[in-house]
Design a protein around this ligand. Sequence first.
Ligand SMILES: [Zn+2]
Length: 363
Amino acid sequence: MLVKADQAGAVRGARFPGRYIQGAGTIARLGEEARGFGEKAIVLLDNGVFDLLKADIEASFANGPDIEIVRHGGECSEWAIANLAEAARIAGASVIVGAGGGKALDTAKAAARDAALPVIVFPTIAASDAPCSALAVVYNEDGTVAYDTFLPSNPDLVLVDTALIAKAPARFLAAGIGDALATWYEAESCRRSGAFNCMKMPGVPLAYEVARFCRDTVFEFGALALGECDAREAGPALERVVEANILLSGIGFESGGVATAHAVHHGLCELDDVHHHLHGEKVAIGVLAGLKLHGLEEDYERVRQFCLTVRLPTKLGDIGITEATPEKLAIVAKRACRSGEIIHNEPIKVTENMVVEALKALV
Ligand SMILES: [Zn+2]
């Protein structure tokens, strides 16, 4: 990602999920959509929503295809991935369905690759832009991150039930807004520097336009959507924000590229303080740090005000770093700026000291 493309003659690209369907009550379409891939589906259902959704999923498959529901243990580990791929082989499955939060979805995506099967992703929260992506985060059994695994293709279908997302805690939706907020700022940095996207090439112009649309959508509808989520209602604003959090942000980050916000996120994750905070909450802090780093005070203030309206953190203390010691800030900056890291996709040279100064402004 660090090789800067020759702007003029560059080979450019973008990637997308095969299909994307969103609406209230789409859980009822799951069986019908799975049937398009063959006669047997294996469904990996998140532990957290297993009892809540099992009967509705079975009902959705009442007219076929055959279905086997497997309970996801909670981790996307090599063991969980191999286990699901093996279960799919034994069942003679024609498609794998992942239903639930990010780790269940990632397990299903990676197992589908290993079993050479198509995958349907059915997210039940909109807390990050992972569902549409060809990326899975693999964890060790103790819960620490092992590595990112890049999949050869994006999910064949992403089916989103906004009625379910509206009933999930609003904090998840807010975190998804934080992840979506980062998309344009990072893609714009990559566009300006000519840095590579997740396909190891610069994005086509559409990628940056999708990222811009993502940003404009969360700015316009973010606060309203959270109000609808509080009322457990899949209203018009929530529909727009779910599209931004899952589809627009997904395309925007994979095809546009990533930079400071996620690099700072990776740095923050070095501190135990932040472990009870969601990905998108830490990414929002990364966006604010990035704007400070560039000296964009007006944009910083605009985004800070926005974060306050959508319940996102604006200070290090908000994500658990109540004592921002020089040692802690140095650890964050070192990880964020390590060689080959995505922070170097920025159009300016970023140093550890610049990151420390930016973070100090968020104390
Ligand atoms: Zn993210």
